[in-house]
Structure formats: C-alpha cells, structure tokens
Ligand binder design. Structure first.
Ligand code: TRP
Length: 326
C-alpha cells in the first residue's frame, strides 16, 4: 500500500504526536511505500518569522530522522521543495466550492481564533492537503481525528475529478488509529496535548532535556484521591497511565498493579523517568543530525527529488486530462 502523511512545522513534535502519529508511521515503513512530508506551506497560513520558520523546518526534519523514519525505506521531504503541490492545488481549487471550504470545522475554528489574519490560504488549506495526497496516489492516509473532515473533502474532490475526466486519482482511505492512546495536556487533561500550546508545562517535546521532562511531569495536573487507576473521572491520572504504558510497553492494567498503593508523587517520577529513558536516544540522534546541516539538507533534497518524480507523473496526467498543452 502507498501511505502518505504530513506534519506542519509549528510548535514542536510532542510525545502526543510521537505516540499518536510518528510511532504508527514507523510501524508502517516496512512492507509499505511510505511518503512523509513536512507541510511548511500549510504552516504559512499562520504568520511565521522567516528565521524561526527555516530553523524549525530543519529541526522537524532532523527529528523525523532521529525517531527512525528512514530515507532508505520511505520518502521524506519538505513540501515547498516539490512545486507540483502548488500547481495541483490551483487546479483542484477551481473544482472545489467555497461552500465546501467554509463549512470546514477547522476553518471556522481558526478564523475565530485568528481574527486579524483570516487569509485566503486558511480557506483553501484543505485543497492543498488534497493535492498533497492525490499527487502520490496514496491508498491510506494516517491522520488525527481533527483532519478527518479534510480527508473526506479530498475524497470528494478525487471522485469529482475522476467522474468528469476519467480515472485519474486514487480515492484515499483515512486511517485513524483506534485505541492509540490519546495523549492530553499535562495542565488541562481534558484537552488534546497541542504542539503549539503557549504553556510549555502542558506538553513534552520529544527533544526536551531530561530535567525539563521531569519538571513537567512533577507539575502535571491530577486529582486529590490518590488512587492510580484508569477511569473517565480521573483524566489526569489516566493520561499519565497512557503515557507510561506507551513508553514502557506495559499494559495499563499492569501499570495500575505496579503502582497500587503508591502515591501520585512516586508515580509522576516514574512516568517522567520512563519518558526520559525512551527519548534519550532520540534526543542524542537529533543532536547528531542537526550538527551536520549540509548532510541534513542533502537528505532533504534527495527525498524531494524522489517525491517530485512521482508527483510530476500525476501532474502531467492531470494537465493532459483538463486540456492544458503539455
Ligand atoms: N493538515 C495536517 C495537520 O495539520 C497536515 C497535513 C498537510 C497532512 N498535508 C497533509 C496530513 C496530507 C495528511 C496528509 O495535521
């Protein structure tokens, strides 16, 4: 199967992204044709400081590699290096209705939160996402729940194009990991852990230093009844149990047993230590990759070339079908 997914280079890659997305990608690398990108064009829908934006894109790419995404197995690239995305996005935007775009939950959400910057890109964002996916004829797209609506629109656009111009695009299936522990904010355990949370204590980045990780877990919001059990009315403790289980491989039940009779303080330390242990090799590899920018950029460009070859084939087909002279 061909698998496509992407992540925007905003905020930082959190342990929530790692457990919910990156770990799934790692598992998919063997036996599938995987393409993963850094969606920096999507990130442009929010104002970016150029210097920071460039650094963050490099950093995200280095984190991909440090996590074990392997350029020998998968295609790893940065969206803006493959101009076919913008080209196809224009064509598809002329086949997508404004009514379809302005009913997207995320557009409405983001417009409400960024009243001073409701730019056209914010509206056409899902068309660019459709172009990402359709260029590569992806069968499966692993995404979070919040992207499901965009994927449905991608399918509608693909079907519409195929009906009008003949079989061209593969209609992709979403893959939304079922149980795949939802990691929530350490400060507000009822909300998803956000990679752009302004409160640094609310999330743990996969490259946070050990002392920061320990501090954040010590300060994690829990409740006052001091029982370490997974339950709906204990969102803070349940979240910590999920994190512990994801990083140690121990089941939630086993973890509950292990911490029976222990206090929250000890438990938080143990969760912090488990996360530090698991992330240390990643942080070390990350530093190594980042210390050689030339090599990092070489890997990046090589990925873009591979991606571009596939994308160009699809784009040529599209252009021919719609009547562009090629
Ligand atoms: N919009 C996605 C997000 O914010 C990122 C993304 C861009 C993406 N292009 C994609 C995800 C293509 C899957 C497929 O999470």
């Amino acid at each position: 199967m061909r698998i496509y997914s992407a992540i925007q280079p905003t905020g930082c890659i959190t342990i929530g992204n790692y457990i919910g997305a990156v770990k799934n990608w790692l598992a998919m690398q063997d036996g599938n044709e995987c393409i993963f990108s850094i969606a920096n064009q999507h990130a442009l829908t929010v104002r970016q400081d150029p210097q920071e934006f460039r650094a963050r894109t490099l950093s995200f790419f280095a984190q991909f590699l440090a996590c074990g995404l392997d350029p020998e197995k998968s295609i790893l690239y940065v969206q803006s290096h493959v101009p076919q995305h913008s080209e196809l996005a224009w064509i598809l935007s002329c086949m997508t209705y404004i009514g379809e775009l302005d009913r997207m939950t995320q557009f409405k959400d983001k417009s409400r939160k960024n009243e001073d910057n409701i730019n056209a890109g914010l509206l056409t964002y899902p068309v660019l996402m459709a172009a990402d996916i359709l260029l590569y004829k992806a069968d499966v797209v692993p995404v979070g729940k919040d992207q499901k609506q965009h994927l449905e629109l991608t399918r509608d656009i693909a079907i519409r194009f195929n009906n009008r111009f003949g079989e061209t695009f593969v209609v992709p299936e979403p893959y939304i990991p079922k149980q795949g522990a939802k990691i929530t904010s350490l400060q507000n355990p009822l909300e998803k852990m956000s990679k752009s949370d302004k409160d640094a204590n609310a999330m743990v980045s996969i490259i946070d230093p050990p002392d920061a990780i320990m501090r954040k877990f010590k300060r994690a919001v829990t409740d006052s009844d001091n029982r370490i059990v997974f339950s709906e009315d204990k969102p803070g403790i349940s979240n910590l149990l999920s994190i512990y289980s994801a990083f140690t491989g121990e089941s939630i039940e086993e973890a509950e047993k292990r911490f029976e009779g222990k206090g929250y303080g000890d438990f938080k330390l143990a969760v912090g230590e488990a996360v530090v242990d698991a992330l240390t090799p990643i942080r070390n590899k990350y530093a190594e990759y980042l210390s050689d920018k030339a090599e990092l950029e070489r890997i990046m460009k090589e990925g873009a070339e591979k991606a571009s070859r596939i994308a160009e084939r699809t784009l040529q087909k599209v252009k021919k079908k719609i009547g562009f002279i090629i």
